[in-house]
Design a protein around this ligand. Structure first.
Ligand code: ARG
Length: 455
């Protein structure tokens, strides 16, 4: 393709390090789409003849089919997807194929292909996250009134509801989707026509190719167009945050499944056994989802490190942009799908959660709030009184709602029987009706609203 001034061939190791066809064949479809749009524009502008366009277009359609059907012979000697496609086009249509690369370079070509690929992945990720959110909303609606311990520092803090906990993740994944949307809007500019770096002297119509490929507009600066990989970094940054969210939920599932917690049960579908310990049921899928963030965050760091310090415009360094992205995108897709599977599979253990919710004096804040509301104590004093009552309960080895009234009155004589109305875990969660609170009625209403939004 560029051999005019070369007489010798590349060293074997040169060919090996230079070739990207092993991985960039993944955007074969984007490459033929981009070339067809470019050829149509060249013809519309009178830069190539209609007859040449017809030959090129049919040839590219045939190549797209060959690739789709797995019949295409990829060649490492031809370096990358762009030259593989062009070489095949020459085989099929002959001389007109040589006119396709007019007013274009592999630099704007690869930037265009890659944007098309990432854009599609953004859309697929958005779909997958939406589907995961639906599974969480279903869990939330079914378990709106299941009481469980809410933790801070992984210490019992206050009772919360299962549904509320599920909806917390819905909020996170909704933000991930909004980040994807932002990234998509920012990246949807077409580099095609920037040519090698400086634009072209041919009378091209960049609006036309941008339109044909579903971009909002052509990119405004040819130097930037061929050297920008922000769009990949934007996706990887979003993917990293999303994978981090998945990892947190995965970690909770691992904890919840343990014999010491038994908060949830996963079926055979999402667990594995041990080859030596017959009693084991391991949450491998959750552990793997928990781990995937490593390679996804790694991809972000890898690419930002490749791009750092690169002078404008294109450098071959930038060929190293693809493998980390492909790996991260695949890992994210797998992690989201596995998480959706687990969320649909897992069953919260209502009784165990209920008992655990009452452990650790989780309604102590409710007692303090009661002292403020009913006896008019300043919150700081109420906090102190409650602390002393908790100490008594601890000595007696009982929960707060089982501590006799006389014991409480030994700390604060004005406490009455009515205090027991707020000391159960049900009463505690039912009282948390402030906007965004954990009360079952709030959870039910929010789950309904999400169901409608996600329909
Ligand atoms: N395979 C190359 C890449 O992925 C395509 C662009 C090559 N451009 C060049 N000037 N050698 O980056």
């Amino acid at each position: 393709m560029w051999g005019g001034r070369f007489s010798g061939g590349p060293a074997a190791i040169m060919a090996e390090i230079n070739a990207s066809i092993g991985f960039d064949r993944r955007f074969a479809a984007q490459d033929t789409d981009g070339s067809r749009a470019h050829a149509a524009m060249l013809a519309a502008q009178g830069i190539i003849s209609q007859a040449d366009f017809d030959a090129i277009d049919q040839g590219l359609a045939q190549i797209a089919d060959e690739i789709e059907e797995g019949k295409f012979q990829f060649s490492t000697a031809l370096e990358d997807i762009h030259m593989n496609v062009e070489a095949r086009l020459i085989e099929i249509v002959g001389e007109p194929a040589g006119r396709l690369h007019t007013a274009r370079s592999r630099n704007d070509q690869v930037a265009t292909d890659f944007r098309l690929w990432v854009r599609e992945r953004i859309d697929q990720t958005d779909q997958a996250l939406t589907s995961l959110m639906r599974s969480l909303v279903d869990q939330a609606a079914a378990g709106a009134d299941i009481v469980m311990p809410g933790f801070t520092h992984l210490q019992s803090a206050q009772p919360v509801t299962w549904g509320h906990h599920m909806l917390a993740y819905v909020e996170m994944f909704a933000r991930d989707r909004s980040r994807l949307k932002d990234a998509r809007a920012r990246m949807n500019e077409c580099p095609l026509g920037a040519a090698a770096l400086a634009g072209t002297s041919f009378p091209i119509d960049r609006e036309m190719t941008a339109n044909a490929l579903g971009f909002d507009r052509p990119s405004a600066n040819s130097l930037d167009a061929v050297s920008d990989r922000d769009f990949v970094l934007d996706f990887l940054a979003t993917a990293t945050i999303s994978a981090m969210h998945l990892s947190r939920l995965a970690e909770e599932i691992v904890i919840w499944c343990s014999a010491q917690f038994r908060f949830v049960t996963l079926t055979d579908a999402f667990t594995t056994g041990s080859s030596i310990m017959p009693q084991k049921r391991n949450p491998d899928a959750a552990e793997l989802v928990r781990a995937k963030v490593g390679r996804i965050a790694g991809a972000l760091v890898a690419l930002v490190t490749v791009m750092k310090g690169l002078p404008l415009t294109y450098s071959k360094d930038m060929q190293e942009d693809k493998e980390p992205l492909f790996d991260a995108a695949d890992a994210l897709a797998l992690a989201i799908a596995a998480m959706e599977g687990m969320v649909r599979d897992m069953a919260p253990n209502r009784e165990i959660l209920h008992v655990a919710a009452g452990n650790g004096y989780a309604t102590a804040t409710d007692l303090a709030d009661w002292l403020v509301r009913v006896l008019g104590l300043p919150f700081r004093d109420a906090h102190h009184v409650t602390g002393r009552i908790v100490a008594l309960a601890e000595q007696a080895g009982t929960t707060l709602d089982a501590l006799p009234l006389e014991r409480m009155q030994s700390v604060e004589p004005r406490i009455t029987d009515a205090v027991y109305d707020v000391l159960s875990v049900e009463a505690s969660v039912a009282s948390r009706t402030s906007y965004g609170g954990t009360a079952p009625e709030c959870v039910r209403a929010t789950a309904v609203a999400w169901k409608e939004r996600l329909a």
